[in-house]
Design a protein around this ligand. Structure first.
Ligand code: UD1
Ligand code: CA
Length: 459
């Protein structure tokens, strides 16, 4: 039986931020959400997050997180334990004592600021811990630059003798590049007994979780294969480095899965995004949040797509799409903006400088140039002439526009909502349509042209 505890109470002073460090975002998920997510393949009996600095915010963020909703539904709910004063990582784990009384299993402890861990790495750590019946097992790495990390000293059997924080190290100790990753598996009944023994006898006057190794036996160190996994985020530079590592990982996986990325360095993809084989992504394109893209679609260059579902064989060129859907074979852009639940049918064309907000567009409908359609429902095979605008806002409320199948709206028309235009209607160019129109009509809603032959301005 494994319970997990995630340390997320610290402010993260080195971030120089009001936001708790663990809520800083990395590729569409907060750091702490990422850490929780990294346990997705483990059989867990309890999930505990230790919160402190702006704990309410951390709690709300995790409870409202979309990214965690696709985790295993069998998982126990996330519990929150408060550490009101942040007196160190050891002090944080001491807060669990009343909550884990009588628990006989292992406690996996993860730092909330170590976001790149792979599930498999954690699994291996637990397996080795249980196989050797260790009192504690911790993840270590040999880093080219171990600056800032606690150093792990072991004997020839890989058994840990001591962990010394960077700031408490002597010059000689600093030569040891084997570092503590901040990922531990403890046999809880052993840890429970010795937790009260910790002393704040160090440079920071904090209770260090790492000091527990002085009281436990045996404690084993397990080296991680890829040291990039254990990068701890302490400042903004680390955040940028982690983002690079994450992006390389995500893009390598998509390319291996049959997605073409042209100039991958200029593309960013959140790991919440889902792509099908034979998607082509062109330079300067950014795919974020809960976005999915169907096979054969060609996205970019120069596009941003967030929280949107794109069908198959769609093209999106120099456009921004958020919280929207585009069905198969439609062409979007260049320079289109879809937002606020725009839903585009199949085989549609949404072209240059068109903005669609909360608009449902039927199949084979074209909105090719210079339009704004908001709060609108369009049927199939509609043609919207260049410069057509829905006047959906009267200064107080938003109103709906409905346009029936096969209707043609002439260029530069204004549809003053609420309004319904029927099927097979033709609206003359330059009309200001203010009243509902039934099926099969021609509508001309503009003043007649007046021509006065031979007229001249009297001087
Ligand atoms: C810690 C380890 C260090 C290790 C490094 C790996 C200790 C004493 N040191 O150092 O050996 O190499 O992680 O990244 O554990 N936190 C709390 N309550 C507190 C203090 C911290 O919940 O009172 C949380 C923080 O929010 C953070 C995590 O614990 O998520 C680690 O704290 P941090 O201050 O970053 O520890 P490091 O100095 O990086
Ligand atoms: Ca840290």
């Amino acid at each position: 039986m494994v319970a997990i505890a995630i340390l997320a109470a610290g402010r993260g002073t080195r971030m120089k931020s009001d936001l708790p460090k663990v809520l800083h975002e990395l590729g569409g998920r907060s750091l702490v959400e990422r850490v929780i997510h990294s346990c997705k393949e483990i059989q867990i009996s309890r999930r505990i997050v230790i919160v402190g600095y702006r704990g309410k915010l951390v709690k709300e963020s995790l409870l409202g997180s979309k990214g965690l909703q696709d985790d295993n539904p069998q998982f126990p709910p996330i519990e929150f334990v408060e550490q009101t004063e942040q007196l160190g990582t050891g002090h944080a784990i001491q807060q669990l004592l009343p909550h884990l009384q009588g628990f006989q299993g292992d406690l996996l402890v993860l730092n909330g600021d170590v976001p790149l861990l792979r599930s498999q790495t954690i699994k291996t750590l637990i397996a080795i811990h249980q196989e050797h019946k260790n009192s504690a097992t911790l993840l270590t790495a040999n880093l080219p630059n171990p600056q800032g990390y606690g150093r792990v000293f072991t004997d020839s059997q890989n058994l840990v003798q001591q962990i010394v924080e960077h700031r408490d190290c002597t010059q000689a100790q600093k030569q040891n590049h084997r570092i503590n990753a901040g990922v531990y598996c403890f046999h809880w009944p052993d840890l429970e007994k010795i937790l009260p023994e910790l002393k704040a006898d160090n440079d920071q006057k904090e209770y260090y979780l790492t000091d527990t190794v002085n009281f436990l036996n045996p404690v084993m160190a397990v080296d991680v294969e890829d040291y990039q996994e254990i990068l701890g985020i302490n400042d903004r530079k680390h955040l940028a480095t982690a983002y690079d590592i994450l992006q390389t990982r995500i893009k390598d996986e998509w390319m291996a899965a049959g997605v073409t990325l042209i100039d991958p360095n200029s593309i960013t993809i959140d790991d919440t995004v889902k792509l099908q084989p034979d998607v082509i992504v062109e330079p300067q394109t950014h795919l974020r949040g809960q976005t999915s893209i169907g096979s054969g679609s060609h996205i970019g260059p120069g596009s941003l797509i967030e929280n949107s579902q794109i069908g198959e064989n769609v093209t999106v060129l120099y456009s921004v799409i958020s919280d929207s859907k585009v069905a198969d074979n439609s062409r979007i852009g260049p320079y289109a903006h879809l937002r606020g639940h725009a839903e585009i049918g199949a085989n549609c064309r949404v072209g240059n400088f068109v903005e669609l907000k909360n608009a449902q567009i039927g199949d084979r409908t074209n909105i090719a140039h210079l339009s704004y359609l908001g709060d609108a429902t369009l049927g199939e095979k509609v043609n919207i002439g260049a410069g057509t605008i829905t006047a959906n806002y009267d200064g107080v409320n938003k109103h709906k526009t409905k346009i029936g199948d096969r209707t043609k709206i002439g260029a530069n028309s204004v549809l003053v909502a609420p309004i319904t235009v029927g099927e097979d209607v033709t609206v003359a160019a330059g009309s200001a349509v203010t009243e509902d129109v039934s099926d099969d009509c021609l509508v001309i809603a503009r003043s007649r042209q007046v021509v006065k032959p031979g007229w001249k301005l009297n001087s």
